[in-house]
Ligand binder design. Structure first.
Ligand code: ADP
Ligand code: MG
Length: 242
């Protein structure tokens, strides 16, 4: 039997116990009278890996920033595990296109930034997760872009997030490094099952990583589909390689 290369359906694949449950109800967002999101409704199950795709300017980052607590809806409601998001939540971590490391702090100090108590061992563990244990004493400036993003990922991991928000974190990387980072993000997600919301303009990246893909268009969700490609195939099938 011939298998379709891209299998999308409207049936959920599975849900997991860990991770945050995201709910947006009738969310509107305007900037200076300009409506960016129009009455958006969305529920993301605990542990789900959801990708948000759409053209530049379609409101993807705005949606992510609302979930992150970095923006507030003009009307409507955003909640995590049933609690309204009013600011940055301690179990939420965000990664942007640039790693946003502090240049005057070492790699390991960047990972532990803002943490109190005895975080050194956990920072070493986090750096080992992203394969940078041997670079812990170096300055961010000597690392490559991909390595800096791995430090940002370690900085997220040390916080044991229930929710990982990724705003085009790989789009500035070269194709091979991007592929390595995709595999790393997937490995960590498979191990830890935090809810993950990935904003990307790269549809192939969404198909490769996410269990569910939504398309933002004209301020609303134009498409909401589940990805049926078996997970191990996503990285090994040459059809999906960069
Ligand atoms: P995307 O991430 O899909 O490219 P954004 O969410 O960044 O889109 O932006 C959607 C629209 O909202 C754009 O027209 C952008 O100019 C506008 N916008 C986003 N943030 C602000 C802001 N802080 N002030 C004014 N306009 C904004
Ligand atoms: Mg954006």
């Amino acid at each position: 039997m011939l298998e379709s290369p891209l299998i999308l359906s409207d049936e959920p694949i599975s849900t997991y116990q860990k991770g945050a449950y995201i709910r947006l109800q009738h969310v509107k967002k305007t900037f200076d009278g300009k409506q960016v999101l129009k009455r958006l409704d969305l529920q993301v199950q605990p542990g789900e890996f959801i990708a948000v795709v759409g053209r530049s300017g379609s409101g993807k980052s705005t949606l992510l920033r609302l979930v992150a607590g970095l923006e507030h809806p003009t009307s409507g409601n955003v909640s995590l595990d049933g609690e309204e998001v009013r600011g940055i939540h301690h179990e939420t971590t965000v990664m942007f296109q640039d790693a946003r490391l502090l240049p005057w702090k070492s790699v390991i100090d960047n990972v532990g930034i803002g943490l109190k108590g005895d975080w050194l061992k956990r920072a070493e563990w986090s750096l080992a997760q992203v394969d940078l244990a041997d670079r812990k004493q170096e300055w961010p400036s000597v690392l490559s872009g991909g390595q800096r993003q791995r430090v940002a990922l370690a900085r997220a991991l040390i916080r044991s997030p229930k929710l990982l928000l990724l705003d085009e974190p790989l789009s500035a990387l070269d194709a091979l490094t991007r592929l390595e980072m995709q595999q790393l993000i997937e490995k960590l997600w498979l191990e830890q099952k935090f809810t993950t919301l990935l904003v990307t303009h790269d549809v192939s990246e969404a198909v490769r990583l996410a269990d569910r893909i939504i398309l933002l268009e004209a301020g609303g969700i134009a498409m909401d589909l589940y990805n049926r490609i078996p997970r191990p195939r996503r990285h090994t099938d040459p059809q999906f390689a960069s």
